[in-house]
Write a protein that binds this ligand. Structure first.
Ligand SMILES: Cc1ncc(COP(=O)(O)O)c(C=O)c1O
Ligand SMILES: [Zn+2]
Length: 387
């Protein structure tokens, strides 16, 4: 066990590890797990990885969970980094890749966060979990809670893609659909959790989902033979994946695995819900709530994110940017990537392609640079968007 403490991402206050905590007890911002990386590095070595289990628990020393028997796994992570030659050719790019997260359990990258959050909940004695979700996080929580034998309570907008609702019901969750957005669902969980005895696993409102998501960064480095790509294009809702990768890069530098060079982090949002794009353009550190949020890319319909400043800090210090794309553009990209590469992307993942086209048009990326698009989920879960 290499955890030293939990640290507030805003005020830096130290909190004790192995205690059930949500947000910073002083300022209410997200808590992050800190490790003794020198100690972790004694057994976790680049060379030691090749023989390890082909899931995200291969990075065990930099993940929480003390007792191995508390790990709740369905085989998540270690997804392929696919070359996208044909798509690259149409853009004049030689080194274009798709990190295909649709190959995770429950078909999205949300499995990464939930395997760690549910394992920790089990370790810390939680019996009931609750989450507000745009869809995929709910499906993942339902599956991992079932696997752990825990009860879970899910709150989603009524117009969430049907596949997400059905998968939760079929994996034993208690599902409530509300008129409103994910923020309204979050408010409902917050209002009821104390009386009901639920542990709130809203993204970044507990410290462990981001630990699972950070393995995207470790995997990318390992799959790129420890030379990170030049540009990462990532669809951003709550931003946990982007924040997690950024954390992973810092940890890997401390482990001596990579240097100080970082990929340019490009956050993609839908034009109908683009709080981070707006705050980035306006030079703000915190994003205002986005009014009348609407997009078919349900995972991007997040009008307010508690980790907004962490997303914006990472984008800015990497020399990256934030780009909005329309629903028309991202839906057309689903079919284009599908036909050229055989990957049926979630609309959120497909949004990376029109974003790349905008970067090219702005001369913000060069054809010889190595670019990774993150397909965060599976198109098959959004059938109503393709009829
Ligand atoms: C398929 C998909 N992509 C991207 C996102 C946004 O992810 P994050 O909250 O890590 O920014 C979501 C969130 O629901 C999602 O379901
Ligand atoms: Zn704080």
């Amino acid at each position: 066990m290499n955890i030293t403490h939990l640290e507030c991402s805003a005020c830096g206050l130290r909190h004790e590890a192995q205690r059930l905590l949500n947000l910073c007890q002083e300022c209410g911002k997200p808590l992050l797990v800190r490790y003794d990386l020198e100690q972790a590095g004694r057994s976790l070595k680049k060379e030691s990885l090749s023989g390890r289990r082909p899931d995200l628990w291969r990075y065990r020393e930099v993940l929480p969970v003390e007792d191995e028997s508390n790990i709740v796994s369905l085989g998540e992570g270690w997804t392929p980094l696919l070359t996208a030659e044909r798509l690259g050719m149409t853009l004049g790019f030689e080194a274009l890749y798709i990190k295909d997260e649709s190959q995770n359990p429950t078909q999205s990258f949300k499995a990464r966060g939930m395997t760690v959050a549910v394992s920790m909940a089990k370790e810390l004695g939680v019996k009931k979990l609750a989450v507000p979700s745009a869809g995929n996080a709910a499906g993942a929580l339902a599956a991992y809670a079932a696997r752990a034998g825990l009860e879970c309570f899910i709150f989603m907008p009524r117009d969430t893609p049907r596949a997400n609702v059905v998968e939760c019901e079929q994996t034993g969750a208690h599902v409530t659909l509300l008129d409103g957005l994910i923020t309204d669902c979050g408010a409902e969980v917050a209002r009821r959790k104390d009386a009901e005895g639920w542990f709130d696993v809203s993204t970044l409102k507990e410290p462990y989902r981001v630990e699972g998501k950070k393995t995207l960064g470790y995997e990318l480095a390992e799959q790129c033979n420890w030379s990170l790509p030049d540009v990462i294009i990532y669809p951003t809702g709550g931003g946990t994946g982007l924040i997690g990768m950024w954390k992973a890069f810092a940890e890997m530098e401390q482990l001596g695995w990579i240097g100080s060079q970082r990929p340019r982090m490009v956050s993609v949002q839908a034009a109908g819900c683009a709080p981070i794009v707006k705050a980035f353009a306006e030079g703000k550190r915190f994003a205002d709530e986005y009014p009348d949020a609407a997009t078919v890319a349900s995972g991007l319909r997040v009008p307010r994110a508690i980790g907004d400043f962490l997303i914006l800090d990472a984008i800015r210090s990497s020399g990256g940017t934030a780009i909005a794309v329309t629903d028309e553009e991202l839906l057309a990209a689903v079919a284009e990537i599908g036909a050229l590469e055989g990957v049926f992307c979630a609309p959120e993942g497909a949004a990376c392609l029109p974003a790349l086209r905008k970067l090219i048009a702005d001369n913000a990326v060069k054809p010889y640079e190595r670019v990774v698009l993150f397909n965060t989920g599976a198109g098959v879960k959004y059938l109503e968007s393709f009829s």
